[in-house]
Design a protein around this ligand. Structure first.
Ligand SMILES: Cc1cc2nc3c(=O)[nH]c(=O)nc-3n(C[C@H](O)[C@H](O)[C@H](O)COP(=O)(O)OP(=O)(O)OC[C@H]3O[C@@H](n4cnc5c(N)ncnc54)[C@H](O)[C@@H]3O)c2cc1C
Length: 377
């Protein structure tokens, strides 16, 4: 059985190993230590306006290796009410690789579902789970006037949610087959996007960034079918020269600085009067013992054992955190990506379904670094 541990591990990167793996090129070393800020807006002799700087991927910039577990579910997200052990439960889990993307829209659907059960703003609601999906639901319920308690073994910065980059894109999740469920899912995506737009700005750590995808990146039309964001278009020189990018596509989406976003969510839940209850929930008896008219289940991986859902599975994701670098763009090639978060330049990554443990060696992290170095060489 999968462990409920969602956050896998974070550890400082061993600098010497990384050095040993790096290809020994004197030119490369010189380039890596150079201050590259001069590249910004420099006009090359060809007339091409260089508007994006290259990342500095030298050993001295490596901060830590991070392993997280995406809470996935075969068949996709589960957002529906169920009567369990005599209580009304609204499930909201299985967000896979895009929980940050979906959290705000799903929270509104949770609110609709809770209102169906107990009326517009009456009663106590217990939210299980202190990650982004639980906190977003708690916030929506509190803003609607419900009394809310949030029960979890870890909150905000200590959850998988804090590991996410996060790119606003519905990736790493099964889309339902075309039909009413698919329509509902696209509805959550649109509502999420609208809600993100309302919070856009420094306070919540939400910005719009261009995403550059090289030509060979697999194209997923479903990511864009909700109409929330425009489809990628072919890159032109007017988009600016991007280091290591030799043509491809570009689109614009939100980038969420997760540590800021989730800290703000947590702060607002507390400010709105939500009660935070640190607790490990080991059985349904623990759930029924909570004094609430409705329970919202946002336990992510925990839903597998607690609510007996065998469709829940882990997908390991490995990241390398480099020193923060304000690049102003995202490089994205499926699960190989580079996000300029304010606390780290994040190098991705992997998507490993069924894997629930940190790697035994540093090798996979070093491969991530080498891949990015090759791209920006
Ligand atoms: C490497 C990586 C990169 C990612 N990148 C992105 C991205 O770019 N964009 C994006 O949108 N998403 C991304 N994601 C996905 C995103 O992080 C998840 O979908 C999201 O965090 C799920 O949120 P959650 O609140 O459902 O789960 P979690 O954050 O895992 O929270 C689950 C909560 O339930 C609690 N819990 C579980 N079981 C129990 C129990 N038995 N008792 C008490 N408490 C319990 C936990 O303590 C925690 O509070 C990424 C994930 C990873 C790992």
């Amino acid at each position: 059985m999968w462990s409920i541990a969602a956050v896998c591990a974070t550890k400082p990167a061993p600098q010497r190993n990384a050095t040993a793996k790096r290809s020994a090129s004197a030119l490369w070393v010189l380039l890596s230590i150079a201050d590259r800020s001069w590249l910004r807006h420099r006009v090359l002799p060809s007339g091409v306006n260089v508007t994006h700087i290259a990342p500095d991927l030298s050993d001295s910039k490596i901060m830590r290796f991070v392993c997280g577990i995406r809470p996935c579910r075969s068949g996709g997200l589960r957002l529906e009410p169920e009567r369990v052990a005599g209580i009304d439960v609204v499930h909201n889990y299985g967000h896979g690789g895009c929980g940050v993307t979906l959290a705000l829209g799903c929270a509104q659907a949770v609110l609709d579902s809770v209102r169906d059960k107990v009326g517009p703003d009456q009663g106590r609601v217990a939210v299980l789970g202190g990650g982004v999906t639980g906190l977003a639901s708690a916030r929506a319920l509190l803003r609607a006037g419900f009394q809310v308690s949030v029960h979890a073994s870890s909150f905000a910065g200590d959850t998988t949610s804090n590991i996410a980059g996060a790119l606003w894109l519905p990736t790493g999740i099964d889309f339902p087959d075309p039909g009413p469920q698919r329509d509902a899912f696209n509805g959550y995506i649109r509502r999420s996007h609208d809600a993100m737009g309302e919070l856009k700005g420094e306070k919540w750590g939400i910005s719009s960034l261009p995403v550059f995808e090289p030509e060979f990146t697999e194209f997923h039309s479903e990511y864009f079918e909700s109409g929330a964001i425009n489809q990628p278009r072919p890159w032109t020189s007017e988009d600016g020269d991007v280091p290591g990018f030799r043509g491809g596509r570009v689109f614009t989406t939100y980038f969420i600085d997760t540590p800021r976003f989730i800290a703000e969510l947590y702060r607002e839940v507390v400010e709105l009067g939500g009660t935070v209850v640190p607790a490990t929930i080991s059985s349904l008896a623990d759930v029924t013992a909570i004094d609430a008219s409705v329970v919202v289940n946002s336990l992510a991986m925990g839903s597998r054992s607690l609510f007996g859902d065998d469709q829940v599975f882990p997908a390991r994701g490995l990241l390398v955190h480099m020193q923060p670098q304000d690049l102003g763009y995202i490089y994205h090639d499926g699960y190989r990506y580079m996000f300029p978060r304010s606390d780290a330049l994040i190098l991705g990554g992997t998507y490993e379904p069924g894997v629930n443990e940190p790697p035994e060696t540093d090798e996979p992290f070093l491969e991530i670094i080498e891949r990015h170095r090759a791209r920006f060489a």
